[in-house]
Design a protein. Structure first.
Length: 365
């Protein structure tokens, strides 16, 4: 049974193939028939044998040249495509995939190899961009704490050092996830889910977001928002709410949603992080809301795509940077890893992104 490219069985019949050996055998048979025919003509018409020999050689050479060209022309094209692939150009393809012989199979194999290499190269670039995006927040927060100590703004007391240590530990955990991120597309990244209290957890995420924003404003670094006029508000009900999830992955979700909301907030705007209990045990319904221009309905299905930076105008100036377009893509990836859902919800003002996490899996009795 024939299988499709993704390995599933198909119903189409495989076209009858004519091997190159059969073509060469046909060439020999045709040459013999031509020579025999010319000899019979010579015997009946009393034509000299030397003329018959010359005609036979010319006819055989023409047929051989035609067959040889049909065999060597695709090989030359394959050689050109293979050379381009070796130089890092994975966009070239072989055009002879319609042939029903070994060369057609080879052309299909080379095209599939080029597609796979192109996908690997694209995933590698996206991996580097994702990692750079995720490392920036703890590095900025750690730098803010240390610069405050050096400049005498805050004392090197145990609380300040604990904040710096927390960021250092988070940085180390992010570095350790490099191997996990490289296996993202294979779906084999393990989740380290645990039960935790939502209020202190989200409060820490908001505090880190404020530290990172203040640091970027002080250094004038580009590529991210430098907003310190936006107020972050946390709304958790009930206060003792608990959830069951991978805290590190959830941090990626909340931090990127907050970063996106702050970037698109108006001057002195308000970003609200709201958490509620879900329908399942220790499940979580999370919303991040801002007061910006919102997301047009026709763009909502694309906001979670990688490198999508949207078309909505920024409420705080046309020259502001829209970011790399990776934050929401990373948030969706982390939510999907939990088996949850993320999407843009209807809102009368601004943008409201809703996240639903399923909570602890049920155990059979």
């Amino acid at each position: 049974m024939r299988r499709t490219r993704d390995g599933r069985p198909g119903n189409r019949r495989r076209p009858v193939q004519v091997s190159i050996a059969a073509k060469l055998g046909t060439l020999v048979v045709v040459s013999v028939f031509i020579t025999t025919g010319l000899v019979l003509v010579a015997l009946r018409t009393k034509t000299e044998l030397r003329f018959i020999t010359v005609f036979s050689v010319i006819a055989s050479m023409l047929i051989t040249q035609f067959v040889a060209h049909s065999l060597t022309s695709p090989l030359d094209e394959m050689n050109t495509v293979a050379r381009s692939i070796s130089h890092g150009d994975y966009t070239r393809r072989v055009s002879g995939v319609g042939r029903r012989d070994e060369l057609g199979d080879l052309a299909s194999t080379i095209n599939r190899m080029a597609e796979d290499l192109e996908a690997v190269d694209r995933n590698r670039k996206e991996l580097v961009a994702n990692v750079s995006h995720e490392l920036r927040t703890p590095i900025a927060a750690l730098r803010a704490v240390l610069e405050n100590v050096v400049d005498g703004v805050s004392a090197a007391d145990p609380e300040t050092m604990r904040t710096a240590l927390k960021q250092t530990e988070r940085l180390g955990r992010l570095v350790e996830t490099l191997l996990d991120l490289s296996r993202l597309d294979n779906g084999v990244i393990p989740l380290k889910a645990r039960r935790f209290e939502v209020w202190p957890y989200l409060s820490g995420v908001l505090k880190e977001a404020n530290l990172a924003s203040a640091q970027r404003r002080g250094t004038g670094s580009g590529g991210q928002h430098t907003r310190t006029d936006v107020h972050l508000h946390l709304d958790v009900s009930p206060p003792e709410l608990t959830a069951h999830a991978d805290a590190e992955r959830l941090h990626q979700v909340v931090a990127n949603l907050i970063d996106n909301a702050v970037k698109h907030s108006p001057p002195h705007g308000r970003v609200t992080v709201r958490a509620r209990r879900g329908l399942q045990p220790e499940s979580l319904d999370l919303e991040v809301m801002d007061e910006g221009p919102g997301i047009p309905e026709q763009e909502r299905h694309r906001v979670f795509e990688r490198f999508n930076r949207g078309r909505a105008p920024s409420p705080h100036g046309p020259g502001s940077d829209g970011g790399t377009g990776l934050g929401l893509a990373i948030a969706r990836w982390a939510v999907d890893l939990h088996g949850g859902r993320i999407g843009v919800a209807e809102s009368s003002r601004g943008c409201r992104i809703r996240v639903t996490l399923p909570g602890a899996p049920r155990t059979s009795a």
